[in-house]
Write a protein that binds this ligand. Structure first.
Ligand code: AMP
Ligand code: GLY
Length: 435
């Protein structure tokens, strides 16, 4: 089989790696992909860096020319623009939710209304498409924490935390900077508790829940600084341990898949549930996404022991119930190495050389996935904000974490331009040490 993955970051690289372990796979393709995908790959890999991942006709041409048997749409924008619907209408086997199903991510107003209608546990919220009306509403709000969120996709930057009226008024004004995505926005109650990411693979009716994960979004240690696309992750996230939490997670996913069916939508693909767990182990939903998380995919996917192609084929056929998914018992920690300045201006770092990758990949129990990286001959150069994803595995958080940090400490970007957090997975380290 020839498989094409739409997307080009660490998540897509992790997907490419798991697909490549299947005996059914001959060649792998990625649009746009990244240059590290073919570095030490087990199977032939071809990338198309010049093709935009939302360019339907260009993608169709590649599918025909390269005799692609199957497409996995992994990235949010092409999903929101109906890439799955388009490819399926051309009789191409495609994995991922349709545009209507992916609405659970790209239309936060629809998504919250859906959750409310189907009695899912959510914070209180109100949607606005008038800044004036939102400002009037803000005057009536009680004291407390809130989030102002653009309803459309905003590259992980669309949610602004506000702790008083001044911040709320400013955040509402900021919605204008998101263009079409910020035309409608939500003001919602800030939930208190610990966050975790849950992934379910769904065939429209049946689903399988995988090992949980925890993202570290802020740019600096101690969860300080602005939000990024993700500075690291660990899996499993121990906050999700226990019968009560797991039962509730299962219930929420089941209610969501059934709710979608009741709306006439078959959810086929990966469903990402972001939750907050409070001290009493009650759960509330932050959001749904219609895909794997990045960098969570880098710590969840390598733990799956099944042939991933068979899982995905079962989803497309609608018989996921016939498959038993098994995962290893390992803990994984991903540390994301970014260009100094990210998520702000990192233009001075672009094209600088990255050193040490070869040595770092030789460390036992370490996998490295690329993102904003280019290769020229045997040398690597920076080509984006998030550059590399260094994943360490181990029997527990300590072993996984020390492997990831041993590997990333061997890497640098010329003139000391590699930035990474040194506290990824801190919650579970704390939890284990304080037990
Ligand atoms: P989003 O853009 O919806 O993914 O939100 C980004 C981040 O903001 C989430 O990962 C949470 O950490 C935080 N967040 C969003 N909404 C809420 C909420 N209602 N309560 C607490 N945290 C939230
Ligand atoms: N890790 C958060 C996301 O992928 O949206």
């Amino acid at each position: 089989m020839n498989i094409l993955i739409i997307g080009g970051g660490g998540r897509e690289h992790a997907l490419l790696s798991i697909y490549s372990t299947s005996s059914k796979v001959k060649k792998l393709f990625s649009i746009p992909g990244n240059d590290l995908m073919s570095f030490k790959a087990e199977k032939p890999v071809k990338i198309f860096p010049k093709i935009n991942p939302t360019d339907k006709n260009a993608i169709l041409n590649v599918v025909k020319k390269e005799k692609i048997d199957f497409v996995d749409v992994a990235q949010d924008n092409p999903l929101a623009e109906g890439m799955v619907d388009f490819l399926q209408s051309k009789d191409i086997k495609t994995f991922g939710p349709t545009k209507a199903a992916a609405q659970i991510e790209w239309n936060k107003e629809w998504s919250r209304d859906f959750m409310k209608k189907h009695h899912l546990p959510i914070p209180s919220y109100v949607a606005f498409s008038s800044i004036k009306k939102a400002k009037e509403y803000i005057q009536r709000l009680p004291k407390g924490g809130f989030f102002v969120k653009a309803s459309g996709l905003a590259a992980g930057k669309g949610a602004i935390r506000c702790d008083n009226k001044e911040e709320l008024l400013k955040a509402v004004e900021q919605m204008k900077t998101f263009g079409k995505s910020g035309k409608t926005f939500l003001i919602e109650e800030a939930l208190i508790g610990e966050e975790a990411s849950i992934y379910a693979i769904c065939d429209g009716k049946n689903f399988k829940i995988l090992k949980s994960a925890q993202d570290n979004k802020q740019v600096n240690n101690f969860d300080q600084g602005v939000n990024t696309g993700g500075m690291g992750a660990n899996s499993p996230a121990l906050v999700t341990s226990g019968v009560k939490v797991n039962k509730r997670i299962k219930q929420i996913i089941a209610m969501t898949i059934k709710g979608m069916r009741d709306e006439g939508i078959s959810y086929v693909g990966v469903l990402y549930l972001g939750i907050i767990i409070d001290k009493k182990k009650n759960l509330r939903i932050i959001e749904f996404n219609a895909r794997w998380g990045d960098p969570e995919a880098q710590v969840v996917l390598p733990g799956i022991k099944n042939d991933y192609v068979s899982i995905v084929e079962a989803c497309i056929k609608g018989d996921l119930n016939k498959i038993k998914i098994s995962e290893d018992k390992k803990t994984r920690v991903c540390v994301v190495g970014v260009s100094r300045g990210y998520p702000g201006d990192y233009s001075k770092v672009k094209n600088k050389e990255l050193f040490g990758l070869d040595r770092a990949t030789k460390i036992d129990g370490v996998e490295i996935y690329g993102a904003g990286i280019k290769r020229n001959g045997k040398r690597e150069f920076v080509d984006g904000g998030r550059v590399i994803n260094v994943v360490g595995e181990g029997d527990d958080i300590f072993e996984a974490r020390s492997r990831a940090y041993r590997a990333i400490s061997l890497i640098n970007i010329k003139d000391n331009n590699l930035h990474y957090r040194t506290d990824i997975g801190w919650r579970d380290v704390d939890r284990r040490l304080n037990r």
